[in-house]
Write a protein that binds this ligand. Sequence first.
Ligand code: DQA
Length: 143
Amino acid sequence: MKILVLNGPNLNMLGIREPDIYGSSTYDDLISLIKSHCKEKGIEVECLQSNHEGVLVDYIQQAFFDKVDGIVINPGAYTHTSVALLDALKAVQIPAVEVHISKVNEREAFRQISYVSYYCSKTITGKGFDGYIEAIDYLGTLA
Ligand code: DQA
């Protein structure tokens, strides 16, 4: 099983950005956690991050050609604005889970819409880094 973990804008700033909301652990800590979990489970994983919407679209499209079995996506702020990310997910038809570190549903009104949720089979919010692990394990059950 091959999984792509995709993080959007500002998630490379974990540990620095708003630690009261996102915690004090870094992006590298997140990637280490994901990689060690996947190693334990025998899952092949690629972790990518970009601050650019079009690059994220390219990564989703590439997942199709790389025969990726599942996508875990935290689109950051593009969650609330990007039809392009939704369309990319619809184009590749790879099972996907949406993850948010924070409790987006308890935050500002503009965070209450998620375009990718129109495609993703599951949305996990407010569980910190554990949300990514839950998403990977969920995708594992589909294999
Ligand atoms: C986020 C929530 C988004 O609203 C925000 O723009 C982010 C991170 C989260 O992981 O909680 O960048 O996706």
